[in-house]
Design a protein around this ligand. Structure first.
Ligand code: SF4
Length: 301
């Protein structure tokens, strides 16, 4: 949950999630829709699907016992080098390095690493440094956490507190007066603006919802259709229910919400359903889908 998301935002979700799925067996046996429902609103739903897949693998291949070493951990869906290093050092005190945004910045400044930081395998020299300094005789987890804390509290991206930093005398960037230039972070791509229309199609008090398909944003979650689906005819006056704005990846989307009556209720495909507002409440929905459902409820209840 903490990948890409801050602790404050995660706390409540975490408690709800572990109450619902108190063991790896509970999570492995759960239906994906239920797992996604408990993740709803937290974003990056791929994490939920991968966590679910990892739980199944731990049950089927490891008898429900979490693997300890970093190599076995990295075989689990969703577990990359950082997560494997964090689990093995913090949970099992193994001398595994970690590198994330905060520790990467500290190590780059300490060693005056001027190459652009990519956040991927191009940062290998920093991984090598992290591996070289992690303690081998115990305390690896505390060491890694201290490095991350130093980055988030002292060695901040802007105006780091070098005067009080315990590493100042070893810090190349500080000694050379180039703290402002390191790390070398490439500028982010500017976000792309998109306009779209979502449809609330109504038939006898039921609304059409569609499940996001593989390759789409929010795969596996439910939403309202963008456009009137093939084979479906709509009649009557089109009504404008409102406009919502949302962001997804590096896109900023403005979405007009329109409603129409469906003249008849055609057979739906597997990823489509006609449901009442109450039934829709129980589905795992995308965040724009949830906003559209609220708008629809206001207009049709
Ligand atoms: S001396 Fe400054 S730049 Fe160097 S590690 Fe400490 S806070 Fe970061």
């Amino acid at each position: 949950m903490l990948q890409q998301t801050q602790v404050e935002r995660v706390k409540d979700y975490f408690h709800r999630f572990v109450t619902k799925f108190p063991s790896v067996f509970d999570l492995a046996e759960a239906d994906e829709a239920v797992v996604l429902k408990y993740w709803e609103g937290l974003g990056y739903y791929r994490r939920a699907r991968q966590l679910h897949a990892a739980a199944k693998l731990i049950v089927s291949d490891h008898e429900g016992i979490f693997p300890h070493d970093a190599c076995a951990l990295r075989q689990l869906p969703g577990v990359g080098r950082y997560t494997a290093g964090a689990i093995s050092s913090i949970s099992f005190d193994l001398p595994e390095p970690i590198l994330e945004a905060n520790s990467r910045r500290v190590l780059a400044r300490l060693t005056h690493y001027g190459r652009p930081l990519s956040g991927n395998k191009d940062d290998q020299p920093l991984w090598d440094i992290a591996a070289a300094i992690v303690p081998r005789d115990g305390g690896a987890g505390a060491f890694n956490q201290a490095l991350m804390d130093l980055g988030s509290i002292v060695c901040t991206p802007v105006s780091p507190c070098c005067e009080t930093c315990p590493l100042a005398e070893h810090c190349e960037a500080y000694q050379r007066g180039s703290v402002d230039q390191i790390p070398n972070v490439p500028t982010r791509k500017s976000s792309k603006k998109i306009n779209e229309k979502a449809y609330v199609l109504v038939h006898k008090g039921k609304l059409l919802v569609v499940r996001r398909q593989p390759g789409e944003w929010w795969e596996g979650l439910w939403d309202f259709p963008r456009g009137i689906p093939d084979r479906m005819t709509a009649c009557g006056r089109q009504r404008r229910l409102g406009v919502i704005d949302y962001s997804v990846t590096n896109h900023k989307v403005t979405c007009q919400i329109l409603s129409k009556m469906a003249s008849q209720r055609p057979a739906v495909r597997r990823h489509q359903r006609w449901l009442s507002p109450l039934e829709i409440q129980k589905l795992p929905m995308t965040s724009p889908g949830r906003k559209i459902a609220l708008l629809a409820e206001k207009h049709f209840s």
